[in-house]
Ligand binder design. Structure first.
Ligand SMILES: CC(C)(COP(=O)(O)OP(=O)(O)OC[C@H]1O[C@@H](n2cnc3c(N)ncnc32)[C@H](O)[C@@H]1OP(=O)(O)O)[C@@H](O)C(=O)NCCC(=O)NCCS
Length: 161
């Protein structure tokens, strides 16, 4: 297993993993990932088993404190000098789950954000994953009124350095 950041060459593999992990109402499309990779490929953390992409974490950087739904589509909002590393997606393909891979990627994203001088990391998640992200130091700020995509209730969680 090894971790690296992305290039545009990873587009198809990333879209495939996303489609395996999320229902279509919540999944980002290949077109959205293309925009994201063009603007912030260095803020994708990919884990491979040989040539196979098995998990990834991604999200851009911004001075905005709160995660809003428009961020998912508007990759051009990425600000390389921003304060907050957002996390838009955490995915592990089903056959590789419960082995700590997503956890390793989350820890790497946190470490990189710290080394880059950010203020912290922000994500949204469903109720059932609040305890999972709390293990990495994220604090639940409650239900987000700024993110409703997929018709789901999202909790905003923040790790401040
Ligand atoms: C959520 C998701 C990313 C987790 O990926 P993962 O690689 O299985 O994550 P981890 O292995 O780090 O942790 C998952 C669970 O396995 C447990 N685990 C980790 N290593 C383990 C091991 N060696 N043996 C047994 N269990 C282990 C973790 O403690 C965690 O359990 P918990 O939920 O009770 O805390 C994955 O299930 C997924 O892609 N789901 C669909 C998409 C999704 O919902 N993403 C989150 C967006 S909010």
């Amino acid at each position: 297993m090894y971790i690296r950041t992305a290039t545009i060459e990873d587009l198809d593999a990333i879209a495939q993993v996303e489609a395996e992990c999320f229902p279509s109402a919540e999944a980002a499309t290949a077109a959205e990932f293309k925009g994201r990779l063009e603007h912030y490929a260095d803020h994708f953390w990919l884990m491979f088993d040989g040539d196979l992409l098995i998990a990834f974490v991604d999200g851009f950087v911004t001075d905005q404190r709160d995660l809003t739904d428009d961020m998912y589509e508007k990759a051009e909002m990425h600000d390389e000098n921003g304060d907050w590393q957002m996390i838009f997606g955490v995915n592990t393909i089903p056959e590789y789950r419960r082995s700590g891979y997503a956890g390793e990627l989350i820890k790497r994203a946190i470490e990189d954000a710290k080394n880059q001088g950010r203020k912290g990391v922000v994500l949204t998640c469903k109720d059932r994953l609040v305890h999972y992200y709390a293990k990495f130091g994220f604090e639940n700020e409650g239900v987000s009124d700024k993110s409703t995509h997929g018709g789901v209730t999202w909790n905003q969680m923040r790790l401040t350095f």
